[in-house]
Ligand binder design. Sequence first.
Ligand code: AMP
Length: 528
Amino acid sequence: MVVNSVLYYLWRNAKECPEKTALSDEQTSITYAEYRKAAVKIASGVIEKFSSGQIKRPVAVLIDRNVLSVLAFMGIACSGNFYVPLDPSMPEERRNTILKELSPLGVLDARDEGKELQTAGYPCIPVKELLQEEILPEKETQVETICSQIIDTDPLYSIFTSGSTGVPKGVLICHRSVVDLVRAFEDAFGFDETSVFGNQAPFDFDVSVKDLYNALYCRGRVEIIPKKKFVMPKLLVEYLAEKEINTIIWAVSAVRIVSDFRTLDEVQTEKPLSLRYVMFSGEVMPVKALNYWMEHYPEVTYVNLYGPTEITCNCTYYVIDRKYEPGDMLPVGKAFKNTRVFLLDGQGNPILEKDKVGEICVEGTGLAAGYWNNPQKTAECFVSCPGSTEYENKIYRTGDMGYYDEEGKLYFAARADSQIKHMGHRIELGEIEAALGGIGFMRAAICFYDQQDEKIICYYQAEGAEDGEELKDLRKQITLELQKKLPKYMWPNRYIRLAELPMSSHGKIDRVKLREWYRNGATGPGSK
Ligand code: AMP
């Protein structure tokens, strides 16, 4: 069977299980037949209003935690184009930077409500409006023809992540990578039509891709969990029980919400929790948090998933098969089927021996097509495998360092650069530094991450007042400027002002010294 796109599964399900519920949010629920019909309607609208037959072009979506957003994604895919989810709450300046970088055919607004937003001059249409229009049979045929002509190397979506130069970068993923992902997941975990995925991750995070497409592939159901439930973990657990959610594929930070508040100690649900899988990814899962879940639900299968957005969600997995002690590292395990994951040393030689740290590299169908409109960054990260010169044997260098144990299980060790995970978000500290550097009175700003306290620390040197009220005003000014440029989770949690930042012998700001001062609790001479 040739599967040319993920849409194959939408058509198949609409035919084979039309009445089965496909997607639900707090207000709406739709079947597979309705899902297909809505996607075709939206596709027809996109063709008429934006693309007039162009394919493989971006269409941005202002997302919400709702069914409408997913319908917009599928509609755009059915028009032969690719979708780019955008968080409407990000600062306008950042949204405009992304839109200019993207140059989309247009923007679909999938929000349930909200004031009109600036979209850098690109046309913006509410998804609801497209759904209201009746679709003529010839238009439906046009969409079906476009869908049948998609090939699996056509792009399906692009997700923007933080960029070290100050401009976010769009990771471009093709249909075949997602088809490969869901087949590998099915092979490893055996999801089926009884699987109910409790979606936690916002749609501009690739964690959500696993919910949407695993469900589509296995004829399952996605329950989009309202954001507010994650503020009240007790309500969250009740919701899992009420909606009979049995599979959760969440960011580590979300899984921790339940354990950090010891929610499972007290909560009594009317229905029993029907969990089969608790899967987590995105950062190191603290063993204490995992043990808490395992003590309360020992029969659940727990899985550590690893991988960056650039290789389509995950490339390795580890099914937790024993109790780990606090302080132990959890393995990230082994590669999914049809993916090769290996370690290279600084000279590009493979590492096979245990405990030796090297860069985690990935090869396979999951690799992104690259970064949208950014050949330089693409060439830097998607490289030819060292030693293979006879043909283009592309690999992705993750920038993650890892090592093997004596059984050949892979472990994540650390990042090789200044990318961090903070409150579940992937952040390039360089992007924060670039935003700070753009503030008129700022002479220089250096950021690093205090892993223990989970805080972004900023050392800076600035013109103007150094003490008292005036210093407070300066800090306020910094926050006001950052509000325009960066989402809140990227704002430094602590500022330390120095009259002069220390310089290394190479004439660069001495980051090592700053970290050392900070670690020793001294923060630096004359710091404010
Ligand atoms: P993202 O592209 O947002 O999924 O972030 C990818 C990065 O998150 C990886 O390159 C790792 O640095 C980190 N990461 C993902 N999964 C894990 C995991 N299971 N354990 C440790 N770090 C992880």
